[in-house]
Write a protein that binds this ligand. Sequence first.
Ligand code: AMP
Length: 213
Amino acid sequence: MLVLMGPPGVGKGTQAAMLEAELGLPQVSTGDLLRSARRDGSEIGSLAGEYMDAGRLVPDELVVALIKRRLERSDAQQGAILDGFPRTVDQAEALQTMLAEQNRQVDKAVLLTVKEEAVVSRILGRLTCGSCSSVFHVKTNRPRIDGICDSCGDKLESRTDDNAEAIRTRLATYRASTEPVVGFYRSQGLLREVDGGQTVDEVFQGLQGALKH
Ligand code: AMP
């Protein structure tokens, strides 16, 4: 099991999708799972919505239940690329227990690093596909046709939490709750770091290198 970490907007989703194609393991993003639960109008989705729009973390029990169910599916039996989970030390511990029960483990956690100023402009220009979760950017990664997803042809939108106020909260939440998870994996010798401020292809090369040792 591979964990991809880093602040909002660092490019976890983009890199996880590329790794999915490279490694043949599914990308499992709790953000995508929660957004799709909201679209389906499920109970988890409506409980999570308010936290998400405010840029706060959805309660651990909800997210852990969601990920447990996802990792039980057949396509995740050989492993998965976790994108946006765990985001708290309690989630990291719950993941460890859940995996140990199935004789599995986290093999590596890769931290994508970037300067905070850079992530704000990345997030403010971000366009996301509501159907397949592909991510584009108005300047640095434009879709072939304006407003249309290259992958599935559906409409691209800005996420409801990609606004200046929610971004500030998300960055503060990252520092307070998620940075300690970096220390959790570092102390287990599982942490690798890659400079996420480079181009998409350079980051991907760095990631592939980091996974080799
Ligand atoms: P993301 O798509 O990873 O940026 O996540 C969007 C939002 O979903 C976050 O700001 C949180 O509100 C919620 N979320 C996603 N993953 C988690 C998680 N592991 N724990 C708690 N909340 C999460």
